[in-house]
Design a protein around this ligand. Sequence first.
Ligand code: AHM
Ligand code: MG
Length: 340
Amino acid sequence: MVKIVGITITQHLLEQQREKPEATGGFTHLLNELIVAAKVISSEVNKAGLVDILGSTGDINIQEEQVQKLDVFANRIIIERMQHIGQLCCMGSEEVADLIDIPSQYPKGSYILLFDPLDGSSNIDVNVSIGTIFGIYKRESDETDINFLLSEALQPGIKQVAAGYFVYGSSTIMVYTSGNGVHGFTLYPSVGEFLLSHENIRIPESGKIYSVNESNYEYWDEKTRALVDHFKSKEKAGHSYTSRYVGSLVADFHRNLLKGGIFMYPADLKDPKKPSGKLRLMVEANPLAMVVQHAGGYASNGYGPILEIQPDELHQRVPLYIGSKKDVELAEEYISGKRI
Ligand code: AHM
Ligand code: MG
């Protein structure tokens, strides 16, 4: 029999819960259910390369079920697993235009779950790490009608009660914070348990990695170009940086969290009507901003903290500079024009 040594995520969540005498267990229940959804997604992601053998999207597979695209599948699994638990009043997903209501047959709770079900979609078919990102808020009023819950969901990231992500990579990893340190757990696949592997993660104050899609250089303004030029110049930076860019935010972020460095998705002029870059404030930037802040790092839109932005809409985009505190502060100096 396999012996599991170390702390499981369930044990860890219960220990955290015990430290808060007012806790009802509802939040632990919510996270546990999200973890089950992530295990299901992880196991499907591991089969992604078999699509050509078992059937492609739109085909009927050997169990006579419709084969779904993985991002659609991940979205469905999270909604189906989370809607019945009685802890949520609504959800918001990168894959769904409007807020998602809880079906009337299930009780409603006071938490709001915002998520990107499968981040890094361009990497799904090529065995490169992808992930799920989540942020959890508490409703501030007693409102339960979905037609009036949008203003409850549009809270600044600083109000998140917990946030984190799963990376489906060489291992499946979960990293989360509920305000009491940032902790990482690695899935032990044959046993199906997440075990504590990275306790109290602290991001180095400054790093040697910069991560950005440099093919956008011609669409950036002068300040953004000067910032990236800084990272490329040993003379300006005082030491050499190396460039690493996977193209899955969650994987790029995770590497930089552990090793130190900065991830950037600046505003660009590819679409003059959308000068806010590509990434979404509510389901991508805010959760990772909470994680990095509790690990001693920083996240900015170039002018100030991501976590203090008052959102106007569910799917709004935001320029993102995130990672080691000193590197992100340097980015702010360039973007806000204090340094040329
Ligand atoms: P997605 O949520 O549709 O996957 O898009 C977001 C992804 C991020 O994971 C990643 O950082 C970024 O898009 C990469 O974009 P680009 O290909 O423009 O560099
Ligand atoms: Mg995404």
